[in-house]
Every structure is written in structure tokens, then in C-alpha cells.
Design a binder for this molecule. Structure first.
Ligand SMILES: Cc1cc2nc3c(=O)[nH]c(=O)nc-3n(C[C@H](O)[C@H](O)[C@H](O)COP(=O)(O)OP(=O)(O)OC[C@H]3O[C@@H](n4cnc5c(N)ncnc54)[C@H](O)[C@@H]3O)c2cc1C
Length: 470
């Protein structure tokens, strides 16, 4: 039984395919509602908590966990956020501790309750996995690839494993990421796949780890510098456990950030604020840079599926995969898992009615982050795909909000609440807020000096070079 007492049992056995962030969140929710939960992943879980996994290559890049996600995790696994801090994660107030340079100026920084842990993706995932494994009715298996599914009539009754074994289940959750492996199994059983929305952005990441000297006190703990859309460039520096900085240079619409050290520095210096270039120039790199190419935002419209088997659904990136620059994937997965729990609480069996209700519910959950990612990406001229009506007007307005946030604490807080996914994007459109933001934005971008009260890092350290050490 799960450690949290929950009165509502929906079934005997649930199987989650994929033990990445979405699968782990789903399994936690299912543990309260099924007698047993099995989580299977084809990958090998590393013994070192900081080691990225082979099947989750994005784990080498910075992963922001937004506040809404951190709060859900802390509710499911009480004390997990404190545990992350104990392991070296850095507490980050999204508004007060983040140096955010965009639209020609720096956002106001003021103390809020938007606090969460900055940690590497492998450490976060390993901590969640360890806590999940402590639940007595959950079994997690690595090196266990799922190769197909079993059906009886219009119901998925289990999954097939590589060695021809079958895991029977009342509910199968496919949390296998963007590819959504189960759609192949569904197709061979005669089910059409859901319609897919695709917005191509071609985002490139190049991440380098640096040593972080905790004795150097900066007046910010993380930084993002987002250049004008015409340059298609941005950079972000986030702290992680193990006294590390993860510094990513990002390019959109095919802009490729370099990996060669001098070119990386020159690229960072081309940005409108020196903070990240300073950090790179004065810090010791660890290992080699790694790259990632993200082709397109992708949303599967489960809510438009006409026919699907009972006892099956998708969750996480399998439903919706967002341009990573907005850092929404893990929090969206957690919100989807919460929606799964809420839908299960309203049903007595995992039937078609439950499926339809969940598909509607998950579509509503991903609608907000989808509008943020796709809307933001259309500010870049090379982005292609179905453009939501009014996007250009909205983007001009959001730019004004960004400028207003450089002068006005209250605008900055509301903006960050939306970024943190604790408020819906529509909250930026209320008449009172819009009036305030539009009026304040008339002042123009805040001169950098106004909000850049930080001490610049000394540049007297040796120029960036590779140590080759890890
Ligand atoms: C470069 C980059 C940066 C990102 N940055 C952020 C960020 O800052 N913040 C954020 O919230 N999100 C970020 N994301 C998104 C985030 O990584 C995902 O949203 C998150 O990992 C949840 O994905 P998932 O669990 O659905 O799938 P995945 O993480 O893709 O995991 C799928 C799992 O399924 C397993 N699997 C696949 N096939 C099988 C099979 N047949 N049998 C068994 N197991 C199988 C795989 O081994 C894997 O473990 C970023 C993504 C990228 C690409």
C-alpha cells in the first residue's frame, strides 16, 4: 500500500511505461488509487545520482523545475524539496534571485514565495525515483523494455516485455516521451493515432558545466539573457548541486550556438548583458560542452480521439512536448499527473468514460503552457506551424509587460507567477493589470544600470579553457 492513506481504489494493478519525470509523477498518483503499481523503463538507472541517463539525453542540460511542479512534488513526497536542498540544490526565488534581461532591460527583483530548488535533472529525477521506490505498493524496474500491448476487445489489458513476458494491468500509462511508443501498438490493433499540432522552432542548446565557487557572493543566483528575437540568441546560467553552474547558450530557428571555448565566449559577449559572459570567463569549465537539437513543439490532441482502448492513456511529453527554453515539461507532466488523480477520483472503473474525461482534462492542462511556448516561439520569424489567432498582437503586448516588469514589482511578480505556472497566462490580460502594464511600459526599457546593482565578476581569471576533467 502507498504510504498516504487514500480511500478510493480504482483497480488492482497499474503499469507505467517510462520511469522519467512523467512516469514517476504518474506512478505516485496511481499508488494511492491502485493496489499495485509497476513502473518499467528500458534504460539502466545509474548508481551515481548526478549521472545523466542514456535514454534521457536532455538530462545533461539545465532543467528548471517551476514552482507549481515543486509544490506538487512536495505534496506527493513530503520533505522532498528540503531533501534536494540537503543534497546541494540551490533555493531560488524566481523573482528575487533571477537576473532576467529581456526586451532591452532587467526585470525588477523582489522577494516572493515563488521559491524552488535549482538542481541538475539527474539529481532531481534520482531523488524522486528513490522516494517513489519507498512506497510499498510500487515496484520500479530498469532494463525492462516494453515491446507491445495486449488487447481484449476494446480494452488494453497489459504490456509485453522484451522476454515475451506479459504484465497484466487495469490501466497502462504510456510515459515514454515524445515518441509515445504505444501509438505503434495501438495502430497495429487498428486504432488511429490522435491528431498532432506541430510548431517548428528548431531550438539548439549547447551546455557547458563550470565550477561554482560558493564563496563568491553575487547578488543573483541564476541569470537569463534573452536577446532581441532577430538575433535568435539567448543564454542562461543556473546553479546545481555539486557547486556547479550549468550554462546553456541557446539558438532558435536554426541559430547554432558554438561549442569551441573562444567562440562560446564571443557568442555570450554578443548578448546585451555581460553577466553570463563574465561568469564563463571567470569560471573553470568541467568536461566538454554537450548539444541538443529540439525540432518542434508537439501536442497530441487526445481530446479529439474518436476511438481508443479503455485502460490506456498517454502522459508527459507523450502528450505535449514544449520548446525547452520555457522550462515547462516537467511541471506540465506533474500537472497532468495531478489531473489523472482527480479524474480517477471521479470514477469507479477505468472505462471509456474515464478515458474521455481524462483526455479532456489533460488537454486543458497543457493548453496554457502550449500557448506560452508556441506564442513565444512565433516572436521568432522562422517559426512555422499553425499560429493561434492574435499571436502577433499578444506578443507585442507581452513585450510591453516585460518592459513594465523592469519598473514595477507588482507586474514583475505577476509575470513570474505565470512563468512559474502557478497562474494561468490569462491573468496577464485582466483589464486592471493590462492598464497598469501598458501605462508603466511607456517609460521604455529600464536602463541596465537601474536594475543591475550586482557586482560584476572579476575577469582576471585565466581565459576559458578545457580541463578535460569531469
Ligand atoms: C534540451 C532540453 C531541455 C529541457 N529543459 C527543461 C526544463 O528546464 N524544465 C522542464 O520542466 N523541462 C525541460 N525539458 C523537458 C523535460 O526533459 C521533459 O518534459 C521531461 O523529461 C518529461 O518527459 P517524459 O517523462 O514525458 O519523457 P522522457 O523524459 O523523454 O522519458 C521517457 C522515458 O521512457 C523510457 N522508454 C522509452 N521507450 C520505452 C519502452 N519501449 N519501454 C520502456 N521504457 C521506455 C525512456 O527510457 C525514458 O526513461 C527539456 C527538454 C529538453 C530536450
Amino acid at each position: 500500500m502507498s504510504d498516504t492513506k487514500h480511500p478510493h481504489r480504482v483497480g488492482e494493478h497499474a503499469v507505467v511505461v517510462g520511469a522519467s519525470m512523467a512516469g514517476l509523477c504518474a506512478a505516485r498518483v496511481l499508488a494511492d488509487r491502485f493496489a499495485r503499481v509497476s513502473v518499467v523503463d528500458r534504460d539502466t538507472f545509474p548508481t551515481d545520482q548526478r549521472q545523466p541517463r542514456g535514454q534521457v539525453p536532455q538530462g545533461r542540460h539545465p532543467h528548471l523545475l517551476h514552482i507549481a511542479g515543486a509544490r506538487l512534488l512536495d505534496g506527493w513526497f513530503p520533505g522532498i524539496v528540503a531533501e534536494l536542498y540537503d543534497g546541494g540544490a540551490v533555493e531560488l526565488d524566481l523573482c528575487a534571485d533571477f537576473y532576467w534581461h529581456q526586451a532591452g532591460g532587467v526585470a525588477q527583483r523582489t522577494a516572493t514565495d515563488l521559491k524552488g530548488p535549482a538542481a541538475s535533472r539527474p539529481f532531481l529525477e534520482a531523488t524522486v525515483r528513490r522516494r517513489l521506490a519507498q512506497l510499498s505498493n510500487v515496484a520500479i524496474h530498469d532494463r525492462c523494455a516494453v515491446t507491445g500491448a495486449e488487447f481484449v476487445g476494446d480494452r488494453m489489458t497489459g504490456v509485453r516485455l522484451a522476454e515475451d513476458a506479459t504484465l497484466h494491468a487495469d490501466l497502462v500509462i504510456d510515459a515514454t516521451g515524445r515518441q509515445a511508443r504505444s501509438l505503434v501498438w495501438l495502430r497495429s490493433a487498428g486504432y488511429a493515432p490522435p491528431p498532432v499540432d506541430t510548431v517548428e522552432v528548431d531550438t539548439r542548446y549547447a551546455t557547458q558545466v563550470y565550477r561554482r565557487d560558493p564563496r563568491i557572493a553575487l547578488d543573483w543566483k541564476a541569470a537569463a539573457v534573452i536577446d532581441e528575437p532577430s538575433t535568435r540568441r539567448l543564454a542562461m546560467a543556473v546553479p546545481a548541486e555539486g557547486d556547479r553552474w550549468l550554462v546553456v547558450l541557446g539558438g532558435l530557428n536554426g541559430e547554432v550556438p558554438p561549442v569551441e571555448p573562444c567562440e562560446r565566449l564571443a557568442w555570450a559577449e554578443s548578448l546585451p548583458s555581460p553577466v553570463i559572459a563574465d561568469l564563463m570567463a571567470s569560471s573553470e569549465p568541467v568536461g566538454d560542452p554537450v548539444t541538443h537539437r529540439f525540432p518542434a513543439n508537439q501536442r497530441r490532441r487526445l481530446d479529439k480521439l474518436r476511438r481508443f482502448p479503455s485502460g490506456w492513456t498517454l502522459l508527459g511529453d507523450a502528450v505535449c512536448s514544449f520548446d525547452p527554453i520555457y522550462g515547462q515539461g516537467m511541471t506540465s507532466a506533474a500537472l497532468q499527473a495531478a489531473a489523472l488523480g482527480a479524474c480517477l477520483d471521479r470514477t469507479s472503473s477505468v472505462d471509456q468514460r474515464f478515458g474521455r474525461r481524462f483526455h479532456k482534462s489533460v488537454a486543458a492542462v497543457v493548453a496554457a503552457p502550449w500557448s506560452v511556448a508556441v506564442g513565444g516561439d512565433f516572436a521568432y520569424a522562422g517559426t512555422t506551424g499553425p499560429k493561434p489567432f492574435g499571436t502577433d498582437v499578444l506578443n507585442r503586448y507581452i513585450r510591453r509587460v516585460t518592459v513594465a516588469a523592469q519598473h514595477d514589482d507588482r507586474v514583475a511578480i505577476r509575470f513570474n507567477e505565470v512563468v512559474a505556472m502557478v497562474r494561468r497566462p490569462e491573468s496577464l490580460l485582466t483589464p486592471m493589470f493590462a492598464l497598469r502594464a501598458l501605462r508603466t511600459s511607456m517609460r521604455g526599457p529600464a536602463p541596465a544600470a537601474l536594475n543591475e546593482s550586482f557586482d560584476r565578476l572579476p575577469r582576471d581569471a585565466p581565459p576559458v579553457h578545457h580541463t578535460g576533467a569531469t
